[in-house]
Design a binder for this molecule. Structure first.
Ligand code: G6P
Length: 472
């Protein structure tokens, strides 16, 4: 069996160094991080964009030869496609809409045309390498037309789709001018899955109301086949995070982090720069905590890691300015000669440094306004091992369904964030450990491999059913 994972971004990111050479590093974001450690028992290929726009054939060949050693097949985008498909329809139309930021949603004809064009480019690339019996697993909102395009070309191909971000309520989804094409695109798959039940429910309701198709429980009839849907929460590579402290490099990084923050209580926050992540709300909550609790001044530090992302999209660039200002204002107001309340990092960290921060941090503050899942919350819990720590988590993150032992907050309520920080700082160590253990018990079962195995199992069942239906 051969499995082709198709995603906008490959798990490896290519950048150009100052001397013009290509540098290969890991991609950021939940999808790439989660799927990279997927261990499936079959020949695995990955098709996606390598993160760099190149025009010259020699450069493309150079990148291809490096990536293809690992069965990664790059799809190259032109500058124009990058602007209109990636920054445009994917991240200025679909992303804000799916995250309930409909005032940020831009509707431009050339965005949509480019989205269709790039989905067709992916379809072409896949057509060059797949055989009719292969399994093609399409990932995420950037490629929602692809299942339908593939189905047209290969009526019997096995096609799956996983949606990594929220699927909004029908009331919101119907705003999208291209709602019919998008839904029909998804229904080209045999099996479509979402992180949580609510997103699945919204998809079913959108399909029923917009396409006037009726679901029979979890299935909808499509000519001579069915499309099945389900909710499967994506997990992490639990053992990797849980046992990471045994690694010498991590141990060393833990020592360094402890030395750096001394006996301060450390709150950690890690995100891509994105308005959906509630970074400003988190800062407002922390500022209010500092204002109302002078007894903690000099004793608590917020380490804020923000990984640059989509910085040419207007709404992201504006957010960066506001975050810089808010952090400047907090630090300007409260810093002393030997304490800076917010340690701000506008860059990623190595895996070892990141998990060391998770391990040391007393609190993880995860406050998205909307988030499909949020793997950072899961990584923090897993890395803790039997070290105490408290997860403060937004109830708007998909992860909150499984992680109900976190301190759950509504990120729009600054008082709640402030109170949760206080409660976490005062929580007895025994209670911290008990809560973590209960959450670890869930995460150690619901791993990324289990998620993939569950997906494959249901996908196979549906594919077999479709084969039977087509023989009739
Ligand atoms: C989210 C999306 C992914 C995306 C990632 C990083 O996790 O679900 O599809 O790859 O963000 O965003 P970027 O635009 O940098 O690929």
């Amino acid at each position: 069996m051969r499995l082709f994972i198709i995603s906008n971004r490959l798990p490896v990111k290519v950048t150009r160094s100052s001397d013009g050479k290509f540098v290969f590093s890991r991609s950021e974001g939940g999808l790439a991080t989660g799927l990279k450690s997927l261990d499936v028992d079959c020949e695995k290929h990955w098709i996606g964009w390598p993160g760099v726009c190149v025009e010259q054939k020699t450069e493309k060949d150079d990148i291809c030869s490096q990536l293809e050693k690992n069965n990664y097949h790059p799809v190259f985008l032109s500058d124009r496609q990058y602007e209109n498909y990636y920054e445009g329809y994917s991240n200025s139309t679909l992303w804000p809409l799916c995250h309930y930021f409909f005032a940020y949603t831009l509707y431009k004809k050339n965005f949509w045309e480019s989205y269709r064009e790039v989905n067709a480019v992916f379809c072409e690339e896949i057509s060059r390498i797949v055989e009719p019996n292969d399994w093609v697993w399409v990932q995420d909102y950037q490629l929602m037309l692809l299942p339908g395009m593939l189905r047209e070309k290969f009526p019997n191909l096995h096609i799956g789709y996983f949606h990594h971000i929220p699927f909004p309520s029908h009331e919101l989804f119907r705003i999208l001018p291209e709602r019919v094409e998008i839904l029909n695109g998804l229904l080209g798959a045999d099996f479509v899955a979402f992180h949580i039940h609510d997103y699945m429910r919204h998809f079913i309701s959108a399909t029923e109301r917009i396409l006037h198709k009726n679901f029979n429980l979890d299935e909808v009839q499509m000519n001579d086949r069915v499309t099945r849907v389900d909710a499967l929460p994506m997990g992490i590579n639990y053992d990797l995070y849980h046992n990471v402290i045994a690694d010498d490099k991590v141990h060393h990084a833990v020592e360094k982090t402890r030395l750096l923050f001394g006996d301060h209580k450390l709150i950690i926050s890690v995100d891509r720069l994105d308005y959906s992540k509630g970074i400003l709300h988190r800062l407002y909550g922390f500022a209010s905590f500092l204002k109302n609790h002078p007894e903690y001044h000099g004793k608590v530090t917020l380490a804020m890691v923000i990984v640059p992302s989509r910085d040419h999209v207007g709404s992201y660039a504006e957010l960066k300015t506001k975050i810089d200002e808010e952090i400047g204002s907090i630090n300007g107001t409260y810093s002393t000669m030997n304490w800076t309340p917010v340690c701000y990092f506008y860059h990623g960290f190595s895996f070892e440094e990141l998990v060391a921060m998770y391990y040391v941090a007393d609190i993880a503050l995860v406050t998205p306004l909307r988030d499909g899942m949020n793997l950072v919350a899961k990584e923090y819990v897993a890395t803790k091992q039997d070290n105490p720590g408290v997860l403060i988590l937004s109830e708007m993150a998909g992860a909150s369904v499984e992680l109900s032992d976190a301190l759950l907050i509504n990120p729009n309520d600054t008082d709640q964030i402030e109170q949760a920080i206080c409660r976490a700082l005062k929580m007895p160590l025994e209670e911290q450990r008990e809560r973590l253990q209960r959450m670890q018990a869930i995460l150690s079962v619901q791993t990324v491999n289990k998620w993939a195995a569950d997906f494959m199992r249901e996908w196979r069942q549906t594919a077999e059913k479709n084969k039977r239906l087509q023989k009739k």
